[in-house]
Ligand binder design. Structure first.
Ligand SMILES: Nc1nc2c(ncn2[C@@H]2O[C@H](COP(=O)(O)OP(=O)(O)OP(=O)(O)O)[C@@H](O)[C@H]2O)c(=O)[nH]1
Ligand SMILES: [Mg+2]
Length: 273
């Protein structure tokens, strides 16, 4: 964008980017607005900065904390994108899910969590972009998600960003498994999707009566026949006789197994009661 701003503007922008408190954010935003040359080419940016300032001013920090923003979990798992402002979170969200999200060259474009659904084989996974203001309400989502993707800007100091993200997560006591993705470099989206999937530890079980069900039952971690029986119908567990299993957890396809048999992703299970 040909805004031709003076160097001081970019210094204020850098300080704004690194601002930790609401007061600092307000101070540097006001500086940026004052330093931005006012002409046609800068109109859009000026408007955005003013909007951002109004928004921060309207929020009392304690109020935000109590606002309890909630987002309905959808799909087989929920994954959060966390990174510093302008690191490429929205771009990644769009690449993974196809959602039409606002992407722009100035920081803090995303002001509320943005959501998209990513398809992996036959399951949907919810991906959430956490705004880089890291308001407690947004961090509450990250605290309860299944996986965090640390989004690291490949054009900035990688080590500093990793340190800062770690600090933010610790500050909010978030202990969720995580992976890292470096943006603004050639991205292999299919590999990233696979990486996400492999780190979620999801196990899909297809039940069978006459036919194999098309839609799997989703589990996380260790799954036994008992878990599946419970999920299908409580009578199945009470009157359980045996199950037949097809897939990776058995040597012989269609093998007869008991309640304690541990299943693998994509196994087919038929319960006899
Ligand atoms: N060349 C290049 N530019 C990228 C890439 N990813 C993001 N960008 C650019 O970086 C800028 C910020 O991208 P966003 O996706 O909006 O980043 P963000 O982390 O969502 O930013 P905020 O919501 O403002 O915190 C935009 O100008 C993007 O076009 C990339 O892989 N390559
Ligand atoms: Mg964004």
């Amino acid at each position: 964008m040909p805004v031709n701003a003076p160097n001081e503007y970019y210094i204020a922008e850098e300080k704004y980017r690194n601002a930790k408190t609401r007061e600092e954010k307000i101070r540097y935003l006001e500086e940026m607005i004052a330093l931005l040359p006012k002409h046609h080419g800068s109109e859009k940016l000026l408007m955005e900065l003013k909007k951002r300032l109004a928004k921060i001013k309207s929020q009392k920090e304690s109020k935000t904390a109590k606002s309890g923003f909630s987002l309905k979990k959808e799909g087989a798992a929920q994954v959060c994108l966390i990174g510093l402002a302008n690191s490429g979170k929205s771009t990644l969200l769009k690449l993974l899910t196809g959602v039409d999200v606002k992407i722009d060259e100035y920081p803090y474009t995303t002001t509320k969590p943005e959501v998209g659904m990513m398809k992996y084989e036959d399951v949907w996974i919810q991906i959430v972009e956490i705004p880089s203001t890291f308001e407690p309400a947004w961090m509450g989502i990250a605290k309860h998600c299944d996986l965090i993707i640390k989004v690291i800007d490949g054009q900035r100091d990688l080590h500093e960003q990793r340190k800062e993200i770690r600090r933010i997560l610790e500050e909010h006591r978030i202990k969720v498994p995580s992976i890292k993705i470096i943006t603004k470099r050639p991205l292999d989206i299919e590999k990233i999707k696979k990486d996400i999937w492999n780190n979620l530890g999801i196990i899909r079980i297809y039940t069978k009566s006459k036919e194999v069900e098309e839609k799997p039952i989703i589990f996380k971690g260790k799954v036994t026949v008992k878990d599946v029986a419970k999920e299908v119908h409580k009578d199945f567990l009470k009157h359980f006789r045996y199950a037949r299993v097809w897939g990776k957890s058995v040597k012989f396809q269609g093998a007869q197994v008991g309640l304690e048999h541990e299943l693998a992703d994509k196994d087919i299970v038929q319960i006899f009661a």
